[in-house]
Ligand binder design. Structure first.
Ligand code: S3P
Length: 429
């Protein structure tokens, strides 16, 4: 699949962009829009391979979902209106699709099977199947991996303390909880992105939050609504880091989702001394939003640990790039979950950045990076992971000579326009 070639050094990034809609919020708009009564319009929806896997799943269960005038129109069927799917539901590369749907579909009056591509088939599902079975779900799976065979059954609410800080687990249980008898509560080791809770409330469904505990009760059907999805901070961050590490850069990234459980990246960059400011703060569909301005400035190394890790989990690959240009030694720890993402992101970033001459090594649950301020062009590989591909393209902007990033078709999983925006913002020759 397509290689991307970057001629590095002196590529200032400048101008304005509005990155595509937030991936997590886009999935939830399709899911809750399908369960609502009536037509939900979701402006700013991200049309990417992951989110289209969720759209396909609901179309396959009888929901009409159509792109119209820059928005997605979802003709919701109500809480009890989904039809048995024809054939297996294919979540492709999308962990969010597979895990959130496993919760929702455990509670339906039909049976189904969920599968995914080879990467997703290797990722752990026990984090959702174990608590769902405690609720009474009938799920069978070999070695707790996809495909999951789910026989819809009546569920009971549980009070579950999850060992992993995962919004996908929490969301799967909350969606199942909409159908369970009694209350369903999930307590997390640390708070994770709360898009499901915010969007449920936006649709008028009560959700209680107290510290790290979130609860829902079964309720009546809820009505459709209109929502405007913010730009994805996890996509914006590639350009923010590109601007920070390339002298002469200044970019404005518009309408970025600034949910406090997602802005770990901006906080860490702030600690590193980055020149970042936020203007025009506002709210879209219950999510805080603002325009982010980033300018080149020298960075210093920091420790990345504790709750910053879950608040910046998807940004850590591109952080490992920023740290190559920060003064001092960066230690990232407590990030073992990176090993079970679309690829093992600890091994991928240390392996691929080493090819570019970075001083980086892996630890069991993170990385140690010495900022040398220098990289050299080489061939490196995305390993089929969209965030690795985009991180390497950013690294290449500051590498001497030519860098070839192999197999970059995977960027369409979350950010199909990445390379055209990259060329448009970068003035390099
Ligand atoms: C997501 C949650 C996170 C994140 C993923 C999207 C979501 O995964 O890494 O890209 O939309 O809920 P985990 O829940 O596995 O941490």
């Amino acid at each position: 699949m397509a290689d991307f070639i970057v001629k590095g050094k002196n590529r200032a990034f400048s101008g304005e962009i509005t990155p595509p809609g937030d991936k997590s919020v886009s999935h939830r708009a399709v899911i809750l829009g399908s369960l609502a009564r009536g037509k939900t319009r979701a402006g700013g929806f991200l049309a990417s391979r992951d989110t289209l896997a969720t759209v396909n799943a609901f179309q396959n269960m009888g929901v009409s979902v159509q792109a119209r005038a820059g928005a997605l129109e979802i003709s919701g069927k109500g809480l009890f209106g989904l039809k048995p799917p024809r054939g297996t539901i294919d979540a492709e590369n999308s962990g969010t699709t597979a895990r959130l749907l496993s919760g929702l579909l455990s509670a339906q009056k039909f049976s189904c099977e969920i599968t995914g591509d080879s990467s997703l088939q290797s990722r752990p599902m026990s984090r959702v199947t174990v608590p769902l079975r405690m609720m009474g779900a009938l799920i069978s799976a070999q070695e707790e991996k996809l495909p999951l065979r789910i026989k819809g059954s009546p569920l009971q609410g549980i009070d579950y303390r999850t060992p992993v800080a995962s919004a996908q687990v929490k969301s799967a249980l909350l969606l199942a909880g909409l159908y369970a008898s009694g209350r369903t509560s999930v307590t997390e080791p640390e708070r994770t992105r709360d898009h499901t809770e915010r969007m449920l409330r936006y649709f008028g469904v009560p959700v209680e939050t107290s510290g790290t505990r979130v609860s829902v009760s079964p309720g009546d059907s809820f009505a459709a609504t209109e929502l405007e999805i913010p730009s994805d901070i996890s996509s914006a961050v590639f350009f923010i880091v590109a601007a920070l590490i390339n002298p002469g850069s200044e970019i404005m990234v518009r309408s970025v989702g600034l949910n406090v459980l997602r802005t770990g990246a901006l906080d860490i960059l702030g600690e590193m001394g980055a020149d970042i400011s936020i203007e025009n703060r506002r709210e879209c569909c219950g999510e805080p939003v603002g325009d982010v301005i980033a300018r080149h400035r020298a960075l210093r190394a920091v420790r990345i640990e504790g709750d910053s890790v879950s608040r910046a989990i998807d940004e850590l690959p591109v952080f490992s790039v920023a740290e190559c240009f920060a003064d001092g030694e960066t230690v990232i720890s407590g990030a073992g979950d990176l090993r079970v993402k679309e690829t093992d992101r600890i091994s991928a970033m240390t392996g691929e950045l080493s090819k570019l001459g970075a001083d980086i090594r892996e630890t069991e649950d993170g990385m140690v990076i010495n900022g040398t301020g220098e990289l050299r062009g080489a061939r490196c590989a995305s390993r089929g992971d969209h965030r690795v591909a985009m991180s390497l393209a950013v690294a290449a902007t500051r590498a001497w000579g030519e860098t070839v990033v192999e197999d970059t078709g995977c960027v369409s999983i979350s950010f199909p326009e990445f390379f055209s925006l990259f060329e448009a913002l970068s003035k390099g020759k």
